[in-house]
Design a protein around this ligand. Structure first.
Ligand SMILES: Nc1ncnc2c1ncn2[C@@H]1O[C@H](COP(=O)(O)OP(=O)(O)OP(=O)(O)O)[C@@H](O)[C@H]1O
Ligand SMILES: [Mg+2]
Length: 342
């Protein structure tokens, strides 16, 4: 094919299917007919739990894993038929910290540049290392770098040939808050300069903070794909448990509103499910106090991603539960707070 048009998806997979042959056990179907389309210039998040198939998908794009069937294109270049163009169009940051312990960051960068045939005068080794805060480590052995530094070096290495598409597999796994923030900032800078970013993560927060669009993958299947605001709006549920100072048999008035669902769980305990984007916790607490009740205890329940997946996979249609006021199942869905906290 000729050079891609501006509308060509940065990454596109059609019916991508992968079965790993079983070594000790039965074969493993890691991807089941995955269709994805990543808009050029976007930051796209592939979100899913352990074993969902994220790395398998990334590694197929990178040419590290051979697909069983289906097809994949990078900026229109087929990963098999146009392998050379496809490979030079992407920079991959792998999940595993696979660095040679006896090379320095500068050497790692130069070797990679050589591998991609980047002419010496066009190499930006120190510029990239500096951008990632590794300039003062340029000449030490990689084995003396910390985990976070190694992760940054992998990012630097993926950028040597200035690829238009950068794919990061769990870029913030095991990195501290500060580094995570600086990596996000750097990804945003790259994106502002026109680079398409595809990242995988376990964390809804990370996807929320970084991504324009999110696909959720579970057991090798994409179960939802939407713009971040649209997806989050549909996962907009929170649960509050309020213990009051005396027994009640009727619900306090005022515990209503769009999407609010309240019930008496035990004589002194109220369970309220609500959409936090529309109803503030304070409003609910005020309603309880207005009924003449003192609040003895309060907790909010943090639903983890696993429960969101259960809700997504157990409903019909596009896999997402519809927003219905008082919907019990959707009531437990909210953003995971199990994210990359320190
Ligand atoms: N080389 C392999 N041989 C056999 N099975 C594999 C191989 N690599 C991955 N799998 C299996 O394929 C499935 C998907 O794995 P994959 O690494 O793609 O998941 P993931 O979403 O990246 O998970 P994680 O979040 O833990 O990184 C898992 O069940 C895994 O055990
Ligand atoms: Mg993985």
């Amino acid at each position: 094919m000729t050079d891609p048009s501006p509308d060509t998806p940065a990454v596109e997979t059609t019916g991508l299917h992968k079965i790993y042959p079983g070594v000790d056990g039965p074969p493993k179907e890691a991807l089941k007919s995955v269709d994805l389309s990543v808009r050029p210039g976007s930051v796209f998040g592939l979100l899913g739990p352990n074993g969902a198939g994220k790395s398998t998908l990334i590694n197929i794009l990178a040419g590290l894993v051979v697909k069983t069937s289906g097809s994949a294109r990078i900026l229109g270049w087929d990963i098999e038929q146009d392998m050379r163009q496809a490979r030079t169009s992407i920079g991959i940051v792998p999940q595993e910290l696979n660095l040679d312990a006896f090379f320095s960051p500068r050497e790692v960068m130069e070797l990679q540049a050589g591998f991609y045939g980047v002419p010496k005068r066009e190499r930006r080794t120190m510029e990239i290392l500096t951008a990632l805060g590794l300039d003062d480590k340029a000449d030490v052995y990689a084995r003396s770098l910390s985990g976070g530094m190694r992760r940054r070096l992998l990012v630097a290495k993926a950028l040597v040939h200035a690829p238009p598409v950068v794919i990061l597999d769990e870029p913030t796994a095991g990195v501290d808050v500060e580094l995570r923030q600086s990596l996000w900032d750097y990804m945003k800078e790259l994106n502002d300069a026109g680079t398409t970013i595809l990242l995988t993560t376990h964390y809804l927060e990370e996807a929320e903070a970084m991504c324009d669009e999110i696909a959720i993958i579970n057991h090798g299947e994409v179960i939802a794909q939407d713009t971040t605001p649209a997806l989050l709006a549909r996962l907009d549920r929170k649960e509050a448990h309020i213990t009051v100072d005396r027994d009640i048999d009727t619900l306090p008035g005022g515990l209503s509103g769009p999407g609010v669902d309240a019930e008496i769980k035990s004589p002194r305990e109220l369970l309220i499910r609500f959409p936090p984007s529309q109803v503030h916790m304070g409003t609910l607490l005020d309603a309880v106090k207005k009924a003449g009740l003192e609040i003895a205890d309060l907790s909010t329940r943090d639903t983890d991603l696993e429960e969101i997946f259960v809700a997504l996979t157990s409903s019909s249609g596009d896999g997402l539960p519809p927003r219905r006021d008082g919907d019990r199942q959707a009531g437990s869905i909210e953003k995971s707070r199990s994210g990359p906290t320190p």
